[in-house]
Structures are given as structure tokens and as C-alpha cells.
Design a protein around this ligand. Structure first.
Ligand code: ADP
Ligand code: LRH
Length: 481
């Protein structure tokens, strides 16, 4: 039977990649065609995404991929570009780590209290939720000229096809969607003075999103028509779609990359006050699912240290970190205090000092502190999610770039006291491919796609080791100080 080829563009906060997935009735192969760094740029007005460089990377990738049956794009959430009436981009998209949202949430809560906002949207508090970004932007000239807002994957899709839409899984990270109706939260938007007509009509994963424009075909050397398919355009939606869970398995997942996103796949949102207090979010996934999870700072902590140390070799650093005694010092890897870039080794040292723990000094010690802290945050998120959702699990699936970090996977198994199944590494790209394959009738539902993954993707299992009580003791240290 025929094998079809799909280009999956997956833009992470640290790198963009264009992967090609070849899908047959019982086969799925993924290969990397092109990878390029995603380097935010600090200009006088603040921290910005270099979106033209990203688009150029997408075009280079499509040229490298060659002829495909369809293209899909996913990226990090919440950020957007603004377009004028003629469709021209108004300025560089603002990076979610930009400081413009400092203190903005409190202003929003003065109009719609945080409790009410959570009950209506199910979204955790994060300073960068699109809702807060738009509130911060209300004073800007750009927003006053804007006729359209496109989330990052929708913006790139528009540049490829000329067609505009707002893909639902990513729209659910704006804090302007009601997770029960899976439609806009009209009353929240109107109370906060946000004009929903800025957004293009909602699109579902699997919907057609146009065909590559003639100029794009010319630049990439592809022969048209090449359709573009809306996928779960939030990278985390795509990654969770590619969690290789066995049928009937009760699992938690952790998507580990720049962020760790740790939680459960549910049929319905959890909108309780306890859930809000624990800062769990309800984002929308494929087939009516909800991603019930907590954002943890993730390997960002290590990326920023590695940048400060002027790029030592990662493999050697991790081997050295494995030799450092465990759990000497831990920091709260869920703390938004680590959101902004810069001075990361110093900030970690300060957090250890403030909680009366030994201050890690060498890069190996700091790295060990980060990995222990991430594993601890994984443990807390997996435990809290089970309790808050009333849904217990037997296994933790770890997907994303962090699966290449064996120490982190083992520590996560130890901390959670559960087996970890690690892989696939490029889960977001695989989820992206699966939705395209499904739109073209090659795979069935979510469970069907996952069956294909468990049969075709290499996975590594880590059994929990050591005394789980050590992790409870370490957890208690975080609240000291
Ligand atoms: P994002 O999609 O957010 O850009 P990725 O899923 O690509 O992130 O994950 C990037 C992270 O993966 C890096 O920060 C790094 O910590 C980890 N990583 C990548 N390659 C390796 C490797 N060879 N060994 C260990 N860790 C790695
Ligand atoms: C991960 C991610 C995450 C969001 C963050 C802004 O790449 O999409 O799910 O919370 O970026």
C-alpha cells in the first residue's frame, strides 16, 4: 500500500525543525530534514522573536524535505503577530519572556477576579497568557492599528498559504477560550475590552489550511498543489498526541524541552478552586481531550546556565553531574522567578541560600541541582494532578528533548516512584505528522495513532530506584527560608 510523506514544522523555544514523516498502513518513520536555532533578540523595546529568520528556516526546511503530501506547523504557545488591514505584520512578535506583562495580571483581576477567570477559562496563571499580553499591549500603537491577530503557527501558515485561521489547541492557551464549550469565552473578552474580531475563525486540528502559495512553491522547488493541514498547532498538544500510551494504560506524561509540562490527559476540565490554587491548567487537545498539566521551568534552567558558562559540551557536563551526590540542594522549578533570561547560575545559588541549603558552585553541581529540582517538580506535578483530577496512574511517559538526558529520566522515575517510559524525542513532530496522516485517512483516532507509535518508535524504560522518602524530605526544604 502507498506510503505518504508529511512535512512537520515544529518550532520550539530553543530550535526549529522541519521533519519528514513517512506513514504507511503499519509504518511510521520520522527523519530530520533541517534544524535551525531559535534565538530571541533583545532590542531597546524588549525581547522579540526573530520571526523572519524562523520563516526562512521553514522555507529552507521545505526545500530540504522535497515533495510531500501535506505540511503542518506547530510551535510554542501564547505568542502572536499583529497584522494591519493589508495583512502586513506590525512589528516583531513579542517573546513570552518579555517583561511587559509584569504586574498586568493584578489589573486584569481587578475587573475579573482570578477565581472567576479560572472557572471560566481553566487556564493556570502565567504572566504571559495571551490575555495578559493583550492587556499589556492595550497602550501600544501596534494594537491600535491591528486588524488581525495570528498566533505564531497560524502566522506562518498564513505566510505559506495566504489563508487565516485560529487553530483551537493553541487558541486554548490565550485564556480566551471556555474549555467546556471549546469556543471563545465571549463574556470574559467583553468584560476585559478584548475585541475577539481580531482573531480569525477557529480551525480544528485536521482542517485544511490552504495550499502553498505559488511564490512558496518557487522558493522551495516543490510542485503544487501542496496542501497545508492544521495540526494540533500548540507544540504541547502535538507532543501529547504522540505519547505512546498502550490501550487502557493509566498514564501521566511529561513533555520535557525548554519547559516541562507535566500532567494528565482528561475527558473534561478540572475547574475547582483547589486546582487553581495548585496552578494547573486545562488546555485543549485532540478528540475532545483536555491537557491537565502544570508548567515547570524545565531545561530552560540548564540552557541558561550553559549559555552563562559559554557552551560547555552537554554530554560531558551531564556525566559529571551524575557523579555529584544526589539531592544536596534543590530549588522550586515551578517558580516563575526563573522565567526571565540572564544570571541563571547566580539566581539558582541565591535560591539555595535563601532556603538554607548548600550553594552549588561548579557547573556539575549546579547542573545536578537543576536535574534534582526538575525531578522533584515532576514528582509534585504528577502527584498533584492525580489527586486534583481523581485519576491515578501506573506509568509516566516522558517525551521531548529531555528524553536524551538519561539522568533526568532516571531521577524522574525515582522521584515519582513510578516507571518512566522515555520517548519519542521528537514527539511534537510525530503528533503533527499523525494529525496530517489522519486528515488524509491513513490513521484513525488518537488511540490508533498511539498504537502505531508503540509499534514503531524506540522507547526506553526506567524503573524507580532508591528511597522515595528522600524526595519528600527534599520537598520540605523548598518551603523553608
Ligand atoms: P524545545 O522544543 O523547547 O526547543 P527540545 O524538546 O528540543 O526543546 O529540547 C531541548 C533540550 O533537550 C535541551 O535544552 C537539552 O537540555 C536537551 N538535549 C538536547 N540534546 C541533548 C543531548 N544530546 N543530551 C542530553 N540532553 C539533550
Ligand atoms: C512549550 C510551550 C508550553 C507553553 C510555553 C509558552 O513549548 O508551548 O506549552 O506554556 O511554550
Amino acid at each position: 500500500a502507498a506510503v505518504k510523506s508529511y512535512a512537520a514544522v515544529d518550532l520550539g523555544a530553543s530550535s526549529g525543525r522541519v521533519m519528514v514523516g513517512r506513514v504507511g498502513p503499519d509504518s511510521l518513520e520520522l527523519a530530520e530534514a533541517h534544524r535551525f536555532p531559535n534565538r530571541p533578540v533583545r532590542v531597546p523595546e524588549g525581547l522579540r522573536w526573530d520571526v523572519l529568520a524562523l520563516y526562512a528556516g521553514v522555507l529552507d526546511g521545505l526545500r530540504a524535505v522535497g515533495q510531500v503530501d501535506s505540511v503542518g506547523i506547530d510551535s510554542w504557545a501564547v505568542d502572536y503577530g499583529l497584522l494591519d488591514a493589508g495583512g502586513a505584520l506590525l512589528g516583531n512578535p513579542v517573546h513570552y519572556r518579555d517583561s511587559r506583562t509584569e504586574g498586568v495580571a493584578e489589573k486584569v483581576w481587578a475587573t475579573v477576579p482570578a477565581e472567576e477567570l479560572y472557572a471560566a477559562t481553566g487556564l493556570q496563571y502565567a504572566p504571559f497568557n495571551t490575555l495578559y499580553q493583550l492587556t499589556a499591549a492595550q497602550v501600544s500603537a501596534q494594537l491600535s492599528y491591528a486588524e488581525r491577530l495570528l498566533l505564531i503557527p497560524d502566522l506562518l501558515t498564513y505566510w505559506l498559504t495566504g489563508e487565516q485561521g485560529t487553530e483551537l489547541t493553541n487558541a486554548s492557551t490565550t485564556q480566551l477560550i471556555d474549555p467546556r464549550t471549546r469556543d471563545w469565552s465571549y463574556s470574559i473578552a467583553s468584560r476585559l475590552g478584548i475585541d475577539l474580531s481580531l482573531f480569525a475563525p477557529l480551525r480544528q486540528p485536521g482542517d485544511p489550511a490552504g495550499v502553498l502559495r505559488p511564490e512558496v512553491l518557487e522558493e522551495t522547488g516543490l510542485a503544487g498543489p501542496v496542501p497545508v493541514t492544521a495540526v494540533g498547532s500548540h507544540d504541547t498538544a502535538s507532543a501529547v498526541a504522540a505519547v505512546p500510551a498502550e490501550g487502557g494504560e493509566r498514564f501521566a506524561y511529561i513533555c520535557t524541552g525548554t519547559w516541562s509540562l507535566a500532567g494528565l490527559e482528561l475527558d473534561a476540565p478540572v475547574l475547582s478552586e483547589e486546582s487553581r490554587a495548585a496552578n494547573f491548567t486545562n488546555e485543549l487537545g485532540l478528540d475532545g481531550t483536555v491537557r491537565y498539566l502544570r508548567n515547570i521551568m524545565g531545561l530552560w534552567l540548564l540552557q541558561e546556565c550553559v549559555r552563562a558558562w559559554e557552551d560547555p559540551e552537554l554530554g560531558a557536563l551531564l556525566l559529571d553531574a551524575a557523579k555529584v551526590p544526589a539531592l544536596r540542594s534543590v530549588v522550586d522549578a515551578g517558580d516563575a522567578a526563573f522565567l526571565a533570561p540572564g544570571r541563571m547560575p547566580e539566581r539558582i545559588a541565591e535560591a539555595c541560600r535563601a532556603t538554607g541549603q548548600p550553594v552549588p558552585a561548579s557547573p556539575a553541581e549546579v547542573t545536578r541541582c537543576i536535574l534534582d529540582s526538575l525531578a522533584l517538580a515532576h514528582r509534585r506535578a504528577v502527584a498533584d494532578a492525580q489527586r486534583l483530577a481523581g485519576h491515578s496512574v501506573d506509568v509516566v511517559h516522558v517525551v521531548g528533548g529531555g528524553t536524551r538526558n538519561a539522568l533526568l529520566c532516571q531521577l524522574t522515575a525515582d522521584a515519582c516512584g513510578l516507571p518512566v517510559v522515555a520517548g519519542p524525542t521528537e514527539a511534537a513532530a510525530l503528533g503533527n505528522v499523525l494529525v496530517q496522516a489522519r486528515a488524509h485517512g491513513l490513521v484513525g483516532d488518537l488511540a490508533d495513532g498511539r498504537r502505531l507509535l508503540t509499534r514503531t518508535q524506540p522507547l526506553t524504560r526506567y524503573e524507580p530506584q532508591g528511597d522515595a522518602a528522600r524526595w519528600s524530605e527534599a520537598e520540605a526544604r523548598l518551603t523553608r527560608g
